[in-house]
Design a protein around this ligand. Structure first.
Ligand code: DOR
Ligand code: ZN
Length: 456
C-alpha cells in the first residue's frame, strides 16, 4: 500500500549514524526507514536529491506571546516563523498576560495553540509565590513542565521565596514534570545595575556587567540545592556561563537528573557586539565573553550541555528602543526591553558552524532534536527517526548559502541581532506529522499543531 508521504534520495541523519535513503510516513507516523529501494510507494514522493534528512528539529524555548501580547507575536505568526526556520516542535513559555499560572490558563493556551499553530507545542506553567497549589492541577491539565523566573525579566513575575520553594520543588517533583529555571539572582543584578547607573554607564555594552556570570551561577546553585533535596527534575533554561555549565556537569556526574540548554547567541556573540547592534542583542541572561561560549560548545560536544534552544522573544521596535539595524532610539540601555527573535534563524546559524566542523551533523541532531524531546519527556514520539515515531522531518541543504535579512523574517515583529549574517546550511523542507509545512523557505501548511503530552 502506498504511504502518505515518502521523502527519499537523501542522507538520513540520526545521533548515531548517517545513511543513504529516506523515510515513509503514513497516518502521521514513520512507517519505513531505509535505502530508496526498500521504501514503499507514496501518494506524494519528495526526492531531496542528496540533501540531509533530519529528525524534526525541536526548539525547547519560545515566547509566542498568547494570550495577551499578540501585538508582539501569536501562535500563528510564531509557528510560521518556526516552520520557515526548520522547526517542527516548540515549548512555549508562560510569561503571557495573564501568565500561565493555573489549570484554566493551561487549557486556554492549549486551545489557542491547537487552533492556530503550524507546529506541535508544549505548554509550561509558571510557579510564583502564591500558586504552588496549582502545580498538580496544571500538570493534570496538560502542562509539559514548569518555570520559575528567579531573575526579573519580561512580565516581572514574582518567584517563590526560599520557604515557598520547599513546597514548589516538592509538588513539582510529585508531578514528575521538569522544572525549568530562569536563573539570575535579583539582588546581584539590582546592586550592579544601580552602581552602573550611578556611574553614568548607560551604553548598551554595559548590559552584561549589570547581570554578570556570578548572577546566573548563584541562581543555578540555589536551584540545584532544592532540586536535589526534593528529587525535582531540573532544567536550566538559556544557560550562558561557564560556571553554571560546570555545576551542571558536576551534578550530572553525581547522578542528578539535571539538563541544560544554551542558545545561538551565547555560542556566537559577545558583549562588545552591542557597540554595533545595541539593544537588538539585549537579552536576559546577557551574552558573555568568548571563554564562556567555548565551554558551552564543549558542553554540547561532550554532553554536559544538553540542547540548543533559541529563547525566541519578539518585541516591537518601539519597545526595543532601536531601529531594525541597531541604532538606539532611547537614551539608555536600561530603557530598552530584553529579548529578540530567534526561532527562524537558529538552525541556519548552527548549521553554519557544523559546516565549519564545530559539531558533527550527528551531534547536532542530538542537541537540536533528540535531547530536547528527552528533556520534555516526549521521546521517542518526538526527536527520533524511528518506526512509530511522529512523522516530523527537517530536510537541510548543507551547501545552500544565504544572508540573514531580518526584514524577511515571518514573525510579527522582527527585531533580531542577526541581520547580515552569512550562513551556509539551511532548512529547505519542514514536515510536521507528515504534513508539509515549509518548502524552499516558504510556509505552505495549515494549523495542524497539537499540544504535546509528556510520557511520565
Ligand atoms: O530577555 C528575555 N526576554 N529573557 C527572558 O527570559 C524573557 C524574554 C521575553 O519574554 O521577552
Ligand atoms: Zn527565559
Amino acid at each position: 500500500m502506498a504511504a502518505d508521504l515518502v521523502i527519499k534520495g537523501g542522507w538520513v541523519v540520526t545521533p548515531d549514524a548517517t545513511f543513504r535513503g529516506g523515510v515513509a510516513i503514513s497516518n502521521e507516523v514513520i512507517v519505513a526507514i531505509g535505502d530508496d529501494a526498500s521504501l514503499p510507494d507514496g501518494k506524494e514522493v519528495i526526492d531531496v536529491k542528496g540533501k540531509h534528512i533530519l529528525p524534526g528539529l525541536f526548539d525547547g524555548h519560545v515566547h509566542f506571546r498568547e494570550p495577551g501580547m499578540t501585538h508582539k507575536e501569536d501562535f500563528n505568526s510564531g509557528s510560521t516563523a518556526a516552520v520557515c526556520g526548520g522547526i517542527t516542535t516548540v515549548v512555549d513559555m508562560p510569561n503571557t498576560v495573564p501568565p500561565t499560572a493555573d489549570a484554566e490558563q493551561v487549557k486556554v493556551k492549549r486551545e489557542l495553540g491547537e487552533a492556530k499553530s503550524l507546529v506541535d507545542f508544549g505548554i509550561t506553567g509558571v510557579v510564583v509565590q502564591t500558586n504552588t497549589k496549582d502545580i498538580l492541577p496544571m500538570a493534570a491539565a496538560g502542562a509539559i513542565g514548569f518555570k520559575i523566573f528567579f531573575g526579573e525579566t519580561i512580565g516581572n513575575l514574582p518567584f517563590p521565596d526560599d520557604g515557598m520553594c520547599l513546597e514548589a520543588f516538592d509538588y513539582i517533583a510529585q508531578s514528575k514534570l521538569p522544572l525549568g529555571i530562569h536563573a539570575e539572582n535579583r539582588q546581584i543584578m539590582a546592586y550592579n545595575t544601580n552602581k552602573l547607573k550611578a556611574e553614568g554607564k548607560n551604553e548598551a555594552r554595559y548590559w552584561e556587567a549589570s547581570r554578570p556570570d556570578i548572577c546566573e551561577a548563584e541562581s543555578v546553585h540555589h536551584a540545584i540545592f532544592f532540586a536535589e533535596t526534593f528529587g525535582t527534575k531540573l532544567h536550566v533554561f538559556h544557560m550562558s556561563s561557564k560556571q553554571a555549565a560546570y555545576m551542571v556537569r558536576d551534578a550530572k556526574a553525581r547522578g542528578m537528573r539535571i539538563t541544560a540548554e544554551t542558545g545561538p547567541h551565547y555560542l556566537l556573540r559577545e558583549p562588545n557586539d552591542m557597540d554595533n547592534v545595541g539593544s537588538l542583542l539585549k537579552m536576559n541572561p546577557p551574552v558573555r565573553t568568548k571563554d564562556h561560549g567555548e565551554v558551552l560548545w564543549q558542553g554540547l560536544r561532550e554532553g554536559f550541555v544538553d540542547s540548543i534552544a533559541t529563547d525566541h522573544s519578539p518585541h516591537t521596535l518601539e519597545e526595543k528602543g532601536s531601529d531594525i539595524y541597531g541604532k538606539l532610539t532611547k537614551p539608555a540601555i536600561w530603557d530598552c526591553i530584553s529579548g529578540f527573535c530567534g526561532v527562524e534563524t537558529g538552525v541556519p546559524l548552527i548549521l553554519t558552524e557544523v559546516n565549519k566542523g564545530r559539531l558533527t551533523l550527528n551531534q547536532y541532531v542530538k542537541v537540536a532534536s533528540e535531547n530536547p524531546a528527552k528533556i520534555w519527556q516526549v521521546y521517542p514520539k518526538k526527536g527520533a527517526i524511528r518506526l512509530g515515531s511522529d512523522g516530523d522531518i527537517t530536510v537541510v541543504d548543507m551547501e545552500k548559502e544565504g544572508t540573514i535579512d531580518v526584514n524577511k523574517l515571518h514573525s510579527k515583529n522582527k527585531p533580531s541581532p542577526w541581520h547580515g549574517w552569512k550562513v551556509k546550511g539551511m532548512p529547505v523542507l519542514t514536515v510536521v506529522r507528515g504534513h508539509v509545512q515549509m518548502r524552499d523557505g516558504e510556509p505552505c501548511g495549515k494549523a495542524i499543531g497539537k499540544a504535546l503530552k509528556p510520557i511520565v
